[in-house]
Design a protein around this ligand. Structure first.
Ligand code: ATP
Ligand code: MG
Length: 420
Protein backbone atom coordinates (compact mmCIF):
# COMPACT_ATOMS: atom_id res chain seq x y z
CA UNK A 1 0.00 0.00 0.00
CA UNK A 2 1.30 3.42 -0.98
CA UNK A 3 -0.10 6.28 1.05
CA UNK A 4 0.07 9.80 -0.29
CA UNK A 5 -0.64 13.19 1.13
CA UNK A 6 -4.24 14.12 0.17
CA UNK A 7 -4.64 16.08 -3.07
CA UNK A 8 -4.40 19.81 -2.52
CA UNK A 9 -2.55 19.47 0.77
CA UNK A 10 1.14 19.41 1.53
CA UNK A 11 3.59 18.35 4.18
CA UNK A 12 5.68 21.24 5.44
CA UNK A 13 9.05 19.54 5.81
CA UNK A 14 11.84 20.63 8.17
CA UNK A 15 13.72 22.45 5.40
CA UNK A 16 10.67 24.68 4.92
CA UNK A 17 8.97 24.79 8.31
CA UNK A 18 11.56 27.18 9.71
CA UNK A 19 10.64 29.68 6.99
CA UNK A 20 6.99 29.36 8.00
CA UNK A 21 7.99 30.01 11.58
CA UNK A 22 9.97 33.09 10.58
CA UNK A 23 7.08 34.77 8.76
CA UNK A 24 4.56 33.72 11.39
CA UNK A 25 6.77 35.24 14.04
CA UNK A 26 7.01 38.48 12.08
CA UNK A 27 3.23 38.61 11.65
CA UNK A 28 2.62 37.93 15.34
CA UNK A 29 5.11 40.53 16.47
CA UNK A 30 3.56 43.16 14.21
CA UNK A 31 0.11 42.36 15.64
CA UNK A 32 1.63 42.80 19.06
CA UNK A 33 2.94 46.23 18.13
CA UNK A 34 -0.50 47.20 16.77
CA UNK A 35 -2.18 45.86 19.94
CA UNK A 36 -4.06 42.95 18.36
CA UNK A 37 -4.52 39.88 20.58
CA UNK A 38 -4.64 36.30 19.40
CA UNK A 39 -7.91 34.36 19.30
CA UNK A 40 -8.12 30.63 18.65
CA UNK A 41 -11.40 29.15 17.48
CA UNK A 42 -12.21 25.53 16.53
CA UNK A 43 -11.35 24.15 13.14
CA UNK A 44 -14.98 23.17 12.52
CA UNK A 45 -18.21 25.04 13.06
CA UNK A 46 -21.91 24.52 12.41
CA UNK A 47 -22.40 24.53 8.64
CA UNK A 48 -25.12 27.15 8.92
CA UNK A 49 -22.66 29.73 10.23
CA UNK A 50 -20.90 29.84 6.87
CA UNK A 51 -24.07 29.47 4.80
CA UNK A 52 -25.56 32.53 6.46
CA UNK A 53 -22.50 34.76 6.56
CA UNK A 54 -20.25 33.86 3.65
CA UNK A 55 -23.42 33.54 1.56
CA UNK A 56 -25.43 30.88 -0.25
CA UNK A 57 -24.48 32.15 -3.69
CA UNK A 58 -20.71 32.25 -3.17
CA UNK A 59 -18.25 29.74 -4.60
CA UNK A 60 -17.14 28.89 -1.10
CA UNK A 61 -20.57 27.78 0.09
CA UNK A 62 -21.72 26.31 -3.21
CA UNK A 63 -18.66 24.30 -4.17
CA UNK A 64 -15.80 24.48 -1.75
CA UNK A 65 -16.88 23.48 1.74
CA UNK A 66 -15.82 20.31 3.51
CA UNK A 67 -19.13 19.49 5.13
CA UNK A 68 -19.92 16.36 7.07
CA UNK A 69 -22.57 15.01 9.37
CA UNK A 70 -21.23 14.11 12.78
CA UNK A 71 -22.37 11.16 14.88
CA UNK A 72 -25.00 13.34 16.50
CA UNK A 73 -26.51 14.05 13.08
CA UNK A 74 -25.35 17.67 13.07
CA UNK A 75 -24.01 19.26 9.92
CA UNK A 76 -20.48 20.51 10.53
CA UNK A 77 -18.03 22.24 8.21
CA UNK A 78 -14.26 22.54 8.33
CA UNK A 79 -13.78 26.30 8.42
CA UNK A 80 -13.20 27.74 4.93
CA UNK A 81 -12.32 31.15 6.38
CA UNK A 82 -11.75 32.84 9.71
CA UNK A 83 -13.97 35.90 9.95
CA UNK A 84 -17.32 34.19 10.56
CA UNK A 85 -15.91 32.03 13.39
CA UNK A 86 -14.23 35.04 15.02
CA UNK A 87 -17.40 37.12 14.86
CA UNK A 88 -19.38 34.11 16.14
CA UNK A 89 -17.03 34.01 19.12
CA UNK A 90 -17.24 37.80 19.55
CA UNK A 91 -21.04 37.56 19.83
CA UNK A 92 -21.13 34.36 21.90
CA UNK A 93 -18.58 35.65 24.41
CA UNK A 94 -20.17 39.10 24.54
CA UNK A 95 -16.96 40.83 23.60
CA UNK A 96 -19.11 43.82 22.64
CA UNK A 97 -19.26 44.37 26.40
CA UNK A 98 -15.47 44.65 26.81
CA UNK A 99 -14.38 47.99 28.20
CA UNK A 100 -11.91 48.51 25.39
CA UNK A 101 -13.46 48.83 21.96
CA UNK A 102 -12.88 48.04 19.21
CA UNK A 103 -11.89 44.48 20.04
CA UNK A 104 -8.75 43.83 18.04
CA UNK A 105 -8.04 40.18 17.27
CA UNK A 106 -5.75 38.09 15.12
CA UNK A 107 -5.76 34.40 14.28
CA UNK A 108 -3.74 31.91 12.34
CA UNK A 109 -4.41 28.34 11.35
CA UNK A 110 -5.53 26.01 8.58
CA UNK A 111 -8.56 26.72 6.39
CA UNK A 112 -10.20 24.16 4.13
CA UNK A 113 -11.68 24.62 0.67
CA UNK A 114 -12.39 21.96 -1.89
CA UNK A 115 -10.69 23.68 -4.83
CA UNK A 116 -9.00 22.61 -8.01
CA UNK A 117 -5.35 22.30 -7.13
CA UNK A 118 -2.94 24.72 -8.80
CA UNK A 119 0.05 26.77 -7.79
CA UNK A 120 -0.93 28.89 -4.81
CA UNK A 121 -4.28 27.17 -4.40
CA UNK A 122 -4.60 24.39 -1.87
CA UNK A 123 -7.38 22.48 -0.19
CA UNK A 124 -5.79 23.05 3.18
CA UNK A 125 -3.96 26.33 3.54
CA UNK A 126 -2.90 28.51 6.43
CA UNK A 127 -4.37 31.93 6.85
CA UNK A 128 -3.15 34.71 9.06
CA UNK A 129 -5.94 37.19 9.67
CA UNK A 130 -6.89 40.20 11.68
CA UNK A 131 -10.29 41.53 12.78
CA UNK A 132 -11.09 44.85 14.47
CA UNK A 133 -14.68 44.74 15.69
CA UNK A 134 -16.74 47.51 17.27
CA UNK A 135 -15.66 50.67 15.48
CA UNK A 136 -16.63 52.29 12.19
CA UNK A 137 -13.94 54.94 12.37
CA UNK A 138 -12.33 55.09 8.91
CA UNK A 139 -8.97 55.34 10.66
CA UNK A 140 -9.27 51.72 11.76
CA UNK A 141 -9.75 50.69 8.11
CA UNK A 142 -6.44 52.37 7.36
CA UNK A 143 -4.81 50.76 10.40
CA UNK A 144 -5.86 47.26 9.32
CA UNK A 145 -4.61 47.84 5.77
CA UNK A 146 -1.35 49.29 7.06
CA UNK A 147 -0.87 46.27 9.31
CA UNK A 148 -1.26 43.89 6.36
CA UNK A 149 1.18 45.90 4.25
CA UNK A 150 3.65 45.96 7.13
CA UNK A 151 3.59 42.16 7.43
CA UNK A 152 4.59 41.88 3.78
CA UNK A 153 7.26 44.54 3.91
CA UNK A 154 8.78 43.22 7.11
CA UNK A 155 8.81 39.73 5.61
CA UNK A 156 10.97 41.07 2.81
CA UNK A 157 8.51 41.63 -0.05
CA UNK A 158 8.79 44.75 -2.13
CA UNK A 159 6.83 44.03 -5.33
CA UNK A 160 3.34 44.44 -3.94
CA UNK A 161 0.44 46.74 -4.56
CA UNK A 162 -2.70 47.62 -2.69
CA UNK A 163 -5.98 47.65 -4.62
CA UNK A 164 -8.90 49.44 -3.05
CA UNK A 165 -12.62 49.83 -3.63
CA UNK A 166 -15.74 50.77 -1.77
CA UNK A 167 -18.74 48.49 -1.89
CA UNK A 168 -20.91 51.14 -0.25
CA UNK A 169 -23.66 50.65 2.29
CA UNK A 170 -26.94 48.72 1.89
CA UNK A 171 -28.74 51.54 0.11
CA UNK A 172 -25.94 51.99 -2.42
CA UNK A 173 -25.71 48.27 -3.02
CA UNK A 174 -29.46 47.88 -3.53
CA UNK A 175 -29.48 50.61 -6.15
CA UNK A 176 -26.52 48.95 -7.87
CA UNK A 177 -28.20 45.58 -7.63
CA UNK A 178 -31.26 46.79 -9.52
CA UNK A 179 -29.03 48.22 -12.22
CA UNK A 180 -27.11 44.94 -12.53
CA UNK A 181 -30.30 42.92 -12.89
CA UNK A 182 -31.48 45.28 -15.62
CA UNK A 183 -28.09 44.98 -17.36
CA UNK A 184 -27.74 41.19 -17.31
CA UNK A 185 -31.39 40.05 -17.52
CA UNK A 186 -31.85 40.33 -21.28
CA UNK A 187 -28.72 38.20 -21.94
CA UNK A 188 -28.63 35.93 -18.93
CA UNK A 189 -29.10 32.90 -21.21
CA UNK A 190 -25.49 33.36 -22.40
CA UNK A 191 -24.16 32.91 -18.87
CA UNK A 192 -23.31 29.82 -16.84
CA UNK A 193 -25.97 28.20 -14.71
CA UNK A 194 -24.38 29.60 -11.54
CA UNK A 195 -24.73 33.12 -12.88
CA UNK A 196 -28.32 32.49 -13.90
CA UNK A 197 -28.99 31.44 -10.37
CA UNK A 198 -27.10 34.48 -9.01
CA UNK A 199 -29.05 37.01 -11.09
CA UNK A 200 -31.95 37.34 -8.68
CA UNK A 201 -30.24 36.24 -5.50
CA UNK A 202 -27.02 38.22 -5.73
CA UNK A 203 -26.17 39.74 -9.12
CA UNK A 204 -22.94 41.27 -7.77
CA UNK A 205 -21.54 37.73 -7.65
CA UNK A 206 -21.81 37.54 -11.45
CA UNK A 207 -18.94 40.05 -11.67
CA UNK A 208 -16.81 37.64 -9.65
CA UNK A 209 -17.54 34.64 -11.92
CA UNK A 210 -14.49 32.82 -13.20
CA UNK A 211 -16.39 31.01 -16.01
CA UNK A 212 -17.93 34.05 -17.68
CA UNK A 213 -15.01 36.37 -17.02
CA UNK A 214 -14.59 37.21 -20.74
CA UNK A 215 -18.22 37.91 -21.62
CA UNK A 216 -18.33 41.48 -23.01
CA UNK A 217 -21.25 42.31 -20.73
CA UNK A 218 -18.83 42.11 -17.81
CA UNK A 219 -16.93 45.19 -18.90
CA UNK A 220 -20.03 47.25 -19.60
CA UNK A 221 -21.79 46.33 -16.36
CA UNK A 222 -22.88 49.29 -14.25
CA UNK A 223 -20.18 50.19 -11.79
CA UNK A 224 -20.85 50.32 -8.10
CA UNK A 225 -18.89 53.56 -8.04
CA UNK A 226 -21.81 55.32 -9.74
CA UNK A 227 -24.22 54.17 -7.09
CA UNK A 228 -22.42 55.10 -3.91
CA UNK A 229 -24.60 57.43 -1.87
CA UNK A 230 -23.21 60.51 -0.23
CA UNK A 231 -22.50 58.83 3.08
CA UNK A 232 -20.63 55.96 1.47
CA UNK A 233 -18.56 58.26 -0.72
CA UNK A 234 -17.68 60.42 2.26
CA UNK A 235 -16.62 57.36 4.22
CA UNK A 236 -14.45 56.15 1.36
CA UNK A 237 -12.80 59.57 1.05
CA UNK A 238 -11.88 59.47 4.73
CA UNK A 239 -10.35 56.01 4.45
CA UNK A 240 -8.24 57.17 1.51
CA UNK A 241 -7.23 60.25 3.44
CA UNK A 242 -5.99 58.14 6.35
CA UNK A 243 -4.06 55.93 3.95
CA UNK A 244 -2.42 59.07 2.59
CA UNK A 245 -1.47 60.09 6.10
CA UNK A 246 0.04 56.64 6.63
CA UNK A 247 1.96 57.05 3.37
CA UNK A 248 0.37 54.00 1.79
CA UNK A 249 -0.13 54.01 -1.94
CA UNK A 250 -3.17 52.37 -3.44
CA UNK A 251 -4.80 51.74 -6.76
CA UNK A 252 -8.53 52.32 -7.04
CA UNK A 253 -10.36 49.46 -8.76
CA UNK A 254 -14.13 49.92 -9.00
CA UNK A 255 -14.44 46.30 -10.16
CA UNK A 256 -12.90 44.77 -7.08
CA UNK A 257 -15.62 42.57 -5.63
CA UNK A 258 -14.75 40.30 -2.78
CA UNK A 259 -15.84 36.68 -2.87
CA UNK A 260 -17.86 36.77 0.34
CA UNK A 261 -21.29 38.28 0.92
CA UNK A 262 -20.71 40.05 4.19
CA UNK A 263 -18.55 42.90 2.94
CA UNK A 264 -19.59 46.56 2.66
CA UNK A 265 -17.76 49.87 2.35
CA UNK A 266 -14.00 49.29 2.26
CA UNK A 267 -12.79 46.29 0.22
CA UNK A 268 -9.15 45.67 -0.60
CA UNK A 269 -6.67 43.18 -1.92
CA UNK A 270 -2.91 43.11 -1.86
CA UNK A 271 -1.31 41.61 -4.94
CA UNK A 272 2.16 40.53 -5.91
CA UNK A 273 3.51 42.44 -8.91
CA UNK A 274 6.60 40.25 -9.20
CA UNK A 275 7.16 38.88 -12.70
CA UNK A 276 8.07 35.50 -11.29
CA UNK A 277 4.70 35.09 -9.62
CA UNK A 278 2.17 32.74 -11.20
CA UNK A 279 -1.35 33.36 -12.43
CA UNK A 280 -2.79 33.89 -8.99
CA UNK A 281 -1.50 37.22 -7.79
CA UNK A 282 -3.74 37.98 -4.83
CA UNK A 283 -1.88 37.59 -1.58
CA UNK A 284 -4.38 39.07 0.82
CA UNK A 285 -8.02 40.06 0.86
CA UNK A 286 -10.02 42.06 3.32
CA UNK A 287 -12.79 44.51 3.96
CA UNK A 288 -15.45 45.95 6.19
CA UNK A 289 -18.42 43.92 7.38
CA UNK A 290 -20.77 46.15 9.33
CA UNK A 291 -23.81 43.87 9.44
CA UNK A 292 -22.10 40.60 10.22
CA UNK A 293 -22.46 40.51 14.00
CA UNK A 294 -26.20 41.22 13.71
CA UNK A 295 -26.51 38.59 11.02
CA UNK A 296 -25.50 35.95 13.54
CA UNK A 297 -27.66 37.19 16.37
CA UNK A 298 -25.46 39.78 18.07
CA UNK A 299 -25.82 43.52 18.50
CA UNK A 300 -24.66 45.92 15.81
CA UNK A 301 -20.86 45.81 15.82
CA UNK A 302 -19.13 47.19 12.74
CA UNK A 303 -15.94 45.36 11.85
CA UNK A 304 -13.06 45.22 9.41
CA UNK A 305 -10.39 42.64 8.78
CA UNK A 306 -8.21 40.80 6.31
CA UNK A 307 -6.81 37.35 5.71
CA UNK A 308 -3.63 36.39 3.95
CA UNK A 309 -2.25 32.96 3.23
CA UNK A 310 1.21 32.03 4.39
CA UNK A 311 1.59 29.76 1.33
CA UNK A 312 1.20 32.68 -1.07
CA UNK A 313 3.40 34.93 1.03
CA UNK A 314 6.21 32.37 0.79
CA UNK A 315 5.59 31.89 -2.95
CA UNK A 316 5.83 35.64 -3.43
CA UNK A 317 9.11 35.75 -1.51
CA UNK A 318 10.43 32.99 -3.80
CA UNK A 319 9.20 34.85 -6.86
CA UNK A 320 11.13 37.93 -5.75
CA UNK A 321 14.18 35.77 -5.16
CA UNK A 322 14.46 36.57 -1.49
CA UNK A 323 17.58 35.07 0.00
CA UNK A 324 16.99 33.52 3.38
CA UNK A 325 19.94 34.40 5.53
CA UNK A 326 18.82 33.45 9.00
CA UNK A 327 19.04 29.69 8.57
CA UNK A 328 18.61 27.65 11.73
CA UNK A 329 21.91 26.89 13.47
CA UNK A 330 23.29 25.10 16.51
CA UNK A 331 25.32 26.59 19.32
CA UNK A 332 27.30 23.43 19.94
CA UNK A 333 27.94 20.10 18.26
CA UNK A 334 29.59 17.41 20.39
CA UNK A 335 32.04 15.09 18.68
CA UNK A 336 32.78 12.03 20.80
CA UNK A 337 35.29 9.22 20.29
CA UNK A 338 34.56 5.94 22.00
CA UNK A 339 31.98 4.76 24.46
CA UNK A 340 33.35 6.46 27.55
CA UNK A 341 33.61 9.78 25.74
CA UNK A 342 30.06 9.33 24.48
CA UNK A 343 28.79 8.90 28.04
CA UNK A 344 30.68 12.01 29.14
CA UNK A 345 29.39 13.85 26.08
CA UNK A 346 25.82 12.85 26.86
CA UNK A 347 26.20 14.26 30.36
CA UNK A 348 27.60 17.55 29.00
CA UNK A 349 24.86 17.70 26.36
CA UNK A 350 22.23 17.76 29.12
CA UNK A 351 24.02 20.60 30.88
CA UNK A 352 24.35 22.65 27.70
CA UNK A 353 20.65 22.27 26.97
CA UNK A 354 19.76 23.16 30.54
CA UNK A 355 21.48 26.48 29.88
CA UNK A 356 19.48 27.00 26.69
CA UNK A 357 22.34 26.21 24.34
CA UNK A 358 21.07 24.51 21.18
CA UNK A 359 23.15 21.38 21.13
CA UNK A 360 23.48 18.07 19.35
CA UNK A 361 25.70 14.99 19.37
CA UNK A 362 26.26 11.93 17.23
CA UNK A 363 23.97 8.95 17.78
CA UNK A 364 25.11 6.94 14.77
CA UNK A 365 28.53 5.80 16.04
CA UNK A 366 30.28 7.55 13.18
CA UNK A 367 33.93 8.37 12.60
CA UNK A 368 35.26 11.76 13.65
CA UNK A 369 35.25 13.07 10.08
CA UNK A 370 31.59 12.27 9.56
CA UNK A 371 30.74 13.90 12.89
CA UNK A 372 32.61 17.06 11.88
CA UNK A 373 30.67 17.13 8.64
CA UNK A 374 27.40 17.02 10.57
CA UNK A 375 28.58 19.94 12.68
CA UNK A 376 29.17 21.88 9.47
CA UNK A 377 25.83 21.00 7.93
CA UNK A 378 24.01 22.01 11.09
CA UNK A 379 25.85 25.35 11.17
CA UNK A 380 27.29 24.75 14.64
CA UNK A 381 29.02 27.78 16.10
CA UNK A 382 31.20 25.61 18.34
CA UNK A 383 32.38 22.03 18.22
CA UNK A 384 33.33 20.17 21.36
CA UNK A 385 35.62 17.20 20.89
CA UNK A 386 35.89 14.54 23.61
CA UNK A 387 38.31 11.64 23.34
CA UNK A 388 39.94 9.30 25.85
CA UNK A 389 42.48 11.93 27.00
CA UNK A 390 39.79 14.51 27.59
CA UNK A 391 37.74 12.08 29.67
CA UNK A 392 40.77 11.38 31.86
CA UNK A 393 41.57 15.07 32.26
CA UNK A 394 37.94 16.13 32.79
CA UNK A 395 38.32 18.56 29.93
CA UNK A 396 37.21 19.05 26.32
CA UNK A 397 38.63 20.52 23.12
CA UNK A 398 36.52 23.55 22.22
CA UNK A 399 36.67 24.71 18.62
CA UNK A 400 35.26 28.03 17.47
CA UNK A 401 33.98 27.32 13.97
CA UNK A 402 34.01 30.98 12.94
CA UNK A 403 37.78 31.40 13.29
CA UNK A 404 38.95 27.79 13.59
CA UNK A 405 40.60 28.48 16.98
CA UNK A 406 40.76 25.47 19.26
CA UNK A 407 41.54 25.34 22.98
CA UNK A 408 41.39 23.01 25.93
CA UNK A 409 38.68 23.90 28.44
CA UNK A 410 37.96 22.16 31.70
CA UNK A 411 34.45 20.76 31.93
CA UNK A 412 33.76 22.81 35.06
CA UNK A 413 34.37 26.04 33.16
CA UNK A 414 32.72 25.00 29.91
CA UNK A 415 29.27 26.52 30.49
CA UNK A 416 30.83 29.80 31.62
CA UNK A 417 33.03 29.97 28.56
CA UNK A 418 30.13 29.22 26.22
CA UNK A 419 27.53 31.52 27.76
CA UNK A 420 29.86 34.46 28.19
P1 ATP B 1 -9.26 33.58 -4.89
O1 ATP B 1 -9.93 34.63 -5.71
O2 ATP B 1 -7.80 33.41 -5.17
O3 ATP B 1 -10.01 32.28 -4.87
P2 ATP B 1 -10.57 34.27 -2.44
O4 ATP B 1 -11.29 35.52 -2.75
O5 ATP B 1 -11.33 33.00 -2.46
O6 ATP B 1 -9.28 34.13 -3.39
P3 ATP B 1 -10.32 34.97 0.31
O7 ATP B 1 -11.48 34.20 0.74
O8 ATP B 1 -10.41 36.42 0.23
O9 ATP B 1 -9.78 34.41 -1.09
O10 ATP B 1 -9.07 34.57 1.23
C1 ATP B 1 -8.07 35.51 1.57
C2 ATP B 1 -6.71 35.03 1.13
O11 ATP B 1 -6.54 33.66 1.43
C3 ATP B 1 -6.46 35.10 -0.36
O12 ATP B 1 -6.08 36.37 -0.75
C4 ATP B 1 -5.36 34.08 -0.52
O13 ATP B 1 -4.10 34.63 -0.15
C5 ATP B 1 -5.72 33.04 0.48
N1 ATP B 1 -6.38 31.89 -0.15
C6 ATP B 1 -7.68 31.75 -0.50
N2 ATP B 1 -7.92 30.54 -1.00
C7 ATP B 1 -6.73 29.88 -0.97
C8 ATP B 1 -6.32 28.55 -1.32
N3 ATP B 1 -7.18 27.67 -1.80
N4 ATP B 1 -5.01 28.23 -1.15
C9 ATP B 1 -4.13 29.11 -0.64
N5 ATP B 1 -4.46 30.36 -0.27
C10 ATP B 1 -5.75 30.74 -0.43
MG1 MG C 1 -11.52 31.39 -3.80
Amino acid sequence: MNFKVPRGTQDILPDASWKWQRVEKIARSICDVYNYKEIRTPIFEQTELFQRTVGDTTDIVQKEMYTFTDRGDRSMTLRPEGTAPVVRSFVENKMFGYADQPVKLYYTGPMFRYERQQAGRYRQFVQFGVEAIGSDDPAIDAEVIELAMTIYKRSGLSDIKLVLNSLGDKESRNAHREALIAHFSPHIGEFCSDCQHRLEKNPLRILDCKVDRDNPLMNTAPSLADFLNEESSAYFEKVKNYLDIAGIEYEYDPNLVRGLDYYNHTAFEIMSTSKGFGAITTLCGGGRYNGLAEEIGGPAAPGIGFALSIERLLLALDAEGKAWTDEPSLDVYLVTLGEEARAKGFEILGKLREHGLRSEMDYMDRKIKAQMKSADRLHANYVIVIGEDEVNENSVQLKNMADGQQKKVSIDELIDVLTK
